[in-house]
Design a protein around this ligand. Structure first.
Ligand code: CP
Length: 304
């Protein structure tokens, strides 16, 4: 039995297979419409979500399976003090696979160690968000035709943004990637990541102004400032609008640059950018359904 805790749990070859499956699902949805009949997905979300929870549920429904779960710790027995370990033992009696989001880093890992069914980390604190990374990689592969050979700017909250940490970890396995980290000093990418890049000889630079690197980018990955992970409101208010991507700033970008964002967005991308063909963040959310369908099939070992 396999779980997914970290994007690195799959080899590059396994990811290629997963992305090929996702592409086939996109092209031939009817072929997959009943392949999970009789199977159940539990979504155990101890932290708010729109995309991850609903795309997991849509994925299982698209495969002909069923879904159950909770979207708020307060409506589960966690509110009475039940541990994640006990909850997953119970969920293992009711479902065939579980997607879990938790504000505590490592909680899905604890669940996986006690589970009788595959557990998918659907985001744990500021740590990892592997299925967002699978979504990001599938989006890049589908729209750029390759995973490697580009300069990617990651902009915004690089300290608390788990999607950024997962994506960096995943991208370093592909050739010829150059990272540009764009953040205020208070929200810079953690040292353990830059130390790891230095150790592996992977090229990166850190800048504060988006304008200073826009023409160099093949991909721009925008992120929101993670209000829920700040210790005080004052720091959040000071930093929340540090970056706002608008038409004017985008005019300096390459014509084929892509703007990605895991969403939700707050103010960091002006809505006027949404109609630009380079803005692919809503398409990205759609790819999230295909890749989660492929992931469910893979972890349940269902061959089609
Ligand atoms: N991208 C993402 O994780 O969105 P949600 O928090 O809405 O699931």
């Amino acid at each position: 039995m396999r779980h997914l805790m970290n994007p690195l749990d799959f080899t590059v070859e396994e990811l290629e297979k997963l992305f090929d499956l996702a592409a086939d699902i996109e092209a031939n949805p009817a072929k997959y419409a009943h392949v999970c009949a009789g199977k159940k997905l539990a979504t155990c979300f101890y932290e708010p979500s729109t995309r991850t929870r609903l795309s997991f549920e849509a994925a299982m429904l698209n495969l002909g399976g069923q879904v159950l779960g909770f979207s708020d710790a307060a409506s589960s027995s966690a509110a009475k003090g039940e541990s994640v370990s006990d909850t997953i033992r119970i969920v293992s009696c009711y479902a065939d696979i579980c997607a879990m989001r938790h504000p505590k880093e490592g909680a899905p890992m604890v669940a996986a160690s006690r589970s009788r069914i595959p557990v998918i980390n659907a985001g744990d604190g500021g740590h990892q968000h592997p299925t967002q990374t699978l979504t990001d990689l599938l989006t890049i592969r589908s729209l750029k035709g390759k995973l490697g050979g580009f300069t990617i700017g990651l902009c915004g909250d690089l300290k608390f943004g788990r999607t950024v940490h997962s994506l960096i970890n995943a991208l370093i396995r592909y050739p010829d990637i150059h990272f540009i980290f764009i953040s205020p000093p208070e929200l810079k990418v953690p040292d353990y990541i830059t130390d790891m890049l230095t150790e592996k000889g992977i090229s990166y630079k850190e800048v504060i102004r988006l304008e200073d690197c826009m023409p160099d980018l093949d991909l721009l990955y925008m992120t929101r400032v993670q209000k829920e992970r700040f210790f005080n409101e004052e720091d959040y208010v000071r930093l929340k609008d540090f970056y706002i991507l608008d038409k004017d700033k985008l005019s300096a970008a390459k014509q084929d640059m892509l703007v990605l964002h895991p969403l939700p967005r707050v103010n960091e991308i002006s809505v006027e950018v949404d109609d630009d063909p380079r803005a692919v963040y809503f398409k990205q959310a759609q790819y999230g359904v295909y890749v989660r369908m492929a992931l469910i099939l893979t972890l349940l070992e269902i061959e089609v």
